[in-house]
Write a protein that binds this ligand. Structure first.
Ligand code: PSU
Ligand code: MN
Length: 335
């Protein structure tokens, strides 16, 4: 993808793109590990805004068919804001950056799909397996493709009692070493939010709440009880911050936390109570490692009779809108 970007908008690019489109079934892309969807490589080559999206939310975060409809809605929102969606996922040993409708269908129903974080990439690729990429693996793919903005629901963090179990999401260390801007609704209170913010500081991640609030949001609730270190008020300020981080050459990521819209925050209290119960059950049942987050998400959805899922979907829609506006502002600034 990098090689293609450099050619800009020349006739050569158009020709290359046309040829690539025709040859896609044969070669997919120029890289043997990564497969960039033609709509994505075309947008990147034309310096148009692109938004990366993760897929663990599809394979492990939501039940079928809500996972599929949400994935498609999120892509539609990105397009409506004038950007190109690039959902990242692993299909039969290849990291796809941008999925076709058939590929989304496949991942949303693939029972053997693995949850793929940075540490799992060598295994899924070498075994030709399929899987949903977490925030960490999606950041790696986005960085390879040259996509600076990535939208998700909530990132992983330091789990409760993480100071003893050392269950600290690879998302946090990835944010410390990969220069991608991640747009999320903050961190779910299934995690230890205070320690998550401390760890992000240690990793040198620039964290900013999007909007007028000083609070760091807790996904279902606009306030977590912790303040955000920084604030940006609009897409332009967010883009400016990303640009500063990139020009400094920091090689670390940026985390934008978008507070839940007021109309969705109402479900917050009920969800909060369910989270307490689910976290306790996970610990009683000795659920550990990569199974913790999917277990708790599923349990909370069950306990709230689907309300947490509805709120989750609304939040991702909102993040997709904000993230796309940031990607558009960044692209305008760079053109
Ligand atoms: N938090 C959510 N929903 C999710 C995830 C996190 O509210 O679906 C997913 C994301 O893909 C995230 C991953 O990157 O779980 C983190 O998993 P772990 O806690 O095992 O690092
Ligand atoms: Mn973990």
């Amino acid at each position: 993808p990098r090689r293609l970007c450099k050619h800009g908008k020349s006739l050569f690019t158009s020709l290359t793109m046309t040829i690539l489109l025709l040859l896609k079934p044969l070669f997919c892309s120029l890289d043997s590990l990564f497969c960039v969807h033609p709509s994505v490589s075309q947008a990147l080559a034309g310096n148009k805004p692109v938004v990366a999206l993760e897929s663990t939310i599809i394979t492990h975060g939501m039940p079928y068919p809500h996972n599929l409809s949400t994935a498609k809605e999120v892509e539609a929102i990105v397009r409506a804001e004038g950007a190109t969606p690039a959902t990242v996922g692993v299909i039969e040993g290849k990291v796809h950056i941008g999925l076709s409708s058939e590929e989304l269908d496949f991942l949303s129903q693939c029972k053997t799909a693995l949850k793929v974080s940075r540490r799992d990439l060598p295994y899924v690729l070498s075994q030709k397996r399929s899987g949903g990429t977490t925030v960490s693996a999606t950041m790696i793919a986005a960085h390879r493709a040259g996509i600076p903005v990535f939208v998700t629901g909530g990132i992983g963090g330091v789990h409760r009692d993480g100071q003893n179990s050392l269950d600290i999401s690879a998302d946090l260390t990835e944010l410390g070493r990969t220069p991608i801007a991640v747009v999320s609704a903050g961190v779910k209170s299934i995690l230890d939010i205070g320690r998550t913010l401390e760890f992000l500081e240690t990793q040198g991640v620039c964290v900013a709440t999007y909007g007028s609030s000083k609070h760091f949001p807790a996904f279902f609730s606009p306030q977590s009880g912790f303040n955000s270190p920084h604030q940006v008020c609009n897409p332009e300020e967010a883009a400016e911050l990303i640009a500063s981080s990139l020009s400094l050459g920091l090689q670390s990521g940026v985390l934008f936390a978008v507070p839940v819209p007021a109309e969705q925050a109402a479900a917050g209290q009920e969800v909060e109570e369910a989270i307490q119960a689910a976290v306790k059950e996970a610990s009683d049942k000795h659920i550990t490692g990569r199974d913790v987050t999917p277990f708790i998400l599923q349990k909370v959805n069950e306990l709230t009779k689907g309300k947490s899922l509805q709120a989750n979907i609304a939040l991702i829609h909102n993040n997709a809108k904000v993230g796309s506006q940031i990607a558009c502002a960044l692209s305008k600034r760079q053109n």
